[in-house]
Ligand binder design. Structure first.
Ligand code: PXG
Length: 460
C-alpha cells in the first residue's frame, strides 16, 4: 500500500503507469515525473520531497479561503454521518440544499434568486446551454437556438461547455463545436488592439456582438455567454468601454446574458461577483470553484426571477445524480460563512488587493514584461521580446513555458497562457506572502530573460 511516505520516484512511476492527466502530454510528463503534492496549509503547498511552494494560483483558481480550514472538514464529517447522500429529483429536498440556495439568493446581485446545481463549471454551463434553449421554447420562440460566445473564452471541457468556449485547440479534438454556437472576437487590446486606443477597441469588439446578432437574425439568438474577466484565456480585462456597450446590446435585442462567474465569483475580483465589479446585469450566472473553495466539487446556475418562473412552469428534463449533493452543499455553505464572517472579500477590495496591485504592476519595470493587468486577485503579465513595440514572440508560448518552469523551480506556482503569466492566489494571502510572491516572480523573470537571451529569442 502506498502513502505520502512512499519514495517520490516510486509514486511518479506508478502515476505515469496508471494515471492519465488532463490537458497534459502524458508521455512527456512520464519522462520527467509529476511533482507529488502531499499537503497544503494557507497559501502553501508541500511536495513529497518536503519543498514548500507558494500557490499563486489557488489550486486552479478555486481555493479562495486557503487550504487547511478544519471547519469544512468538520462540516463534511457531520453531514456524511447525518445524510451522506440524497437526491432532489423526485419531490424531495434536504436541509443543506435549502440553506445554501437561500444564502446564494441573498449574496447574488439583483433578482438572481434561484439555483440549479451541478458538480462543476462545465456541467453548469451544459445546464445553461439546454436551459436557455428550453426557456425560449417555453416562451413560444423555439427558433431561438443560437448562442454567441467569444474566441479564447473558457467555459469548460464537456462537449457542450467546450463548444461554448472559444479555445480552438479544444475544438480541434472530438468534433466540436456542436451546432448553433457562434463566436466573436475577444477584447484583448494588448494582442489584438493594433493602433486603436483601448477605448475605441473595446467598443469595436462589443459591437461585434450586435453585428453577429444581425447576421444570425435577432429572433434566432437565445443568449450571449461571457466571463466578466476571461480567466483561462489569460486574465483578459476588457477596456472600460466594453461591458457598458455589451449591456446596451443585450438589453436592446432582448437576449439572455449568461455571466460565467466560475473564476470571478466569490470574491476573486474584490466583490462577491465579477458582474458587480464590472456593473453587468446577467440573467444567469455560472458558479463553481470558489463556491466551495474547491473543498468539494460543486457548481450551479443562478437564475433571475423571470427565467426561473418560465422554467418552473415546465418539467425541465435535466439534472445530475450529484446535483445539490448534501455534503458538497454543506461544505459550500461553511465556505461562504468563512468568506463573509472573516470579511475576506472586503479585505481583498480595500487592503490586500490594492497592495498586490501596486506590487504586481511594478513587474512592468522588468525588461521582459510588456504590461501588467490585475483586478482584485486575478492578474497577468504579458512577456514580450521588445517592450517598446508591444511585440509578441514568434513562437507563442515558448517564453511563457520557460517562465512557468522557472517559477516552479523557485517554488512559486504561476501558470502561463501562451506568453502571459498568471496569478490568482488564495484570497487570504497576506502582505508578507505577496512580497514573497513578487520576489520569486522577479527572480523567475530574470532567469527566463537570461535563458531566452542565450537562445537568441529576444529582439533587443
Ligand atoms: N467556466 C470558467 C470561466 C472556468 O474558468 C469552467 C467554466 C469549467 O469548470 P470545471 O469545474 O468544469 O473545470 C472553468 C474552469 C486553467 C484552468 O488552466 C481553468 C479552468 C479549469 C481547468 C484549468 O486555467 N476553469
Amino acid at each position: 500500500m502506498i502513502s505520502t511516505n512512499t519514495p517520490t520516484d516510486q509514486l511518479q512511476r506508478l502515476d505515469a503507469a496508471h494515471h492519465t492527466h488532463p490537458f497534459t502530454n502524458n508521455a512527456e510528463l512520464a519522462e520527467k515525473g509529476a511533482r507529488v503534492i502531499t499537503r497544503a496549509e494557507g497559501c502553501w503547498l508541500t511536495d513529497s520531497d518536503g519543498n514548500r511552494i507558494l500557490d499563486g494560483m489557488a489550486g486552479l483558481w478555486c481555493v479562495n479561503i486557503g487550504y487547511g480550514r478544519h471547519e469544512l472538514a468538520e462540516v463534511a464529517r457531520r453531514q456524511m454521518e447525518e445524510l451522506p447522500y440524497y437526491n432532489t429529483f423526485f419531490q424531495t429536498t434536504h436541509v443543506p440544499a435549502i440553506a445554501l440556495s437561500q444564502k446564494l439568493a441573498e449574496l447574488a446581485p439583483g433578482d438572481l434568486n434561484h439555483v440549479m446545481y451541478s458538480c462543476s463549471g462545465s456541467e453548469a454551463n451544459d445546464t445553461n446551454l439546454r436551459l436557455v434553449r428550453t426557456y425560449w421554447e417555453a416562451k413560444g420562440q423555439p427558433q431561438r437556438k443560437a448562442i454567441i460566445s467569444r474566441w479564447n473564452a473558457y467555459h469548460g471541457s464537456s462537449v457542450g461547455s467546450a463548444s461554448l468556449g472559444g479555445m480552438k485547440g479544444m475544438h480541434m479534438q472530438g468534433g466540436l463545436p456542436i451546432p448553433d454556437i457562434h463566436h466573436i472576437d475577444q477584447p484583448n487590446w494588448y494582442l489584438e488592439g493594433g493602433d486603436l486606443s483601448p477605448e475605441e477597441f473595446g467598443l469595436e469588439r462589443a459591437r461585434q456582438l450586435e453585428a453577429k446578432i444581425q447576421e444570425l437574425g435577432p429572433d434566432n439568438v437565445a443568449a450571449f455567454i461571457a466571463e466578466p474577466v476571461q480567466g483561462a484565456g489569460g486574465v483578459i480585462i476588457a477596456p472600460e468601454t466594453y461591458w457598458p456597450e455589451i449591456q446596451r446590446i443585450v438589453d436592446e435585442y432582448g437576449i439572455l446574458l449568461i455571466a460565467d462567474e466560475v473564476i470571478c465569483g466569490f470574491g476573486r475580483t474584490g466583490n462577491w461577483f465579477g458582474t458587480e465589479t464590472l456593473n453587468i446585469r446577467p440573467h444567469i450566472m455560472t458558479m463553481a470553484k470558489g463556491l466551495s473553495s474547491g473543498y468539494q466539487p460543486i457548481g450551479g446556475s443562478m437564475l433571475c426571477d423571470e427565467v426561473a418562473q418560465v422554467i418552473n412552469q415546465i418539467e425541465f428534463n435535466h439534472g445530475y445524480t450529484y446535483s445539490s449533493h448534501p455534503v458538497a452543499a454543506a461544505v459550500a455553505l461553511e465556505n461562504l460563512r468563512i468568506l463573509e464572517e472573516e470579511h475576506i472579500v472586503d479585505t481583498v477590495r480595500t487592503d490586500t488587493g490594492p497592495y498586490l496591485k501596486e506590487k504586481f504592476e511594478s513587474l512592468t519595470d522588468h525588461p521582459l514584461v510588456g504590461e501588467a493587468k490585475i483586478i482584485g486577485m486575478m492578474g497577468s503579465i504579458a512577456l514580450t521580446p521588445d517592450k517598446s513595440a508591444r511585440a509578441a514572440f514568434k513562437d507563442p508560448g515558448t517564453a511563457g513555458f520557460v517562465c512557468r518552469e522557472r517559477c516552479f523551480a523557485n517554488n512559486l506556482v504561476m501558470r502561463h497562457v501562451y506568453d502571459r503569466m498568471i496569478i490568482s492566489p488564495p484570497l487570504v494571502i497576506s502582505k508578507e506572502e505577496i512580497d514573497i510572491l513578487i520576489a520569486r516572480a522577479w527572480k523567475a523573470l530574470d532567469e527566463t530573460y537570461s535563458e531566452l537571451k542565450a537562445n537568441g529569442v529576444l529582439n533587443a
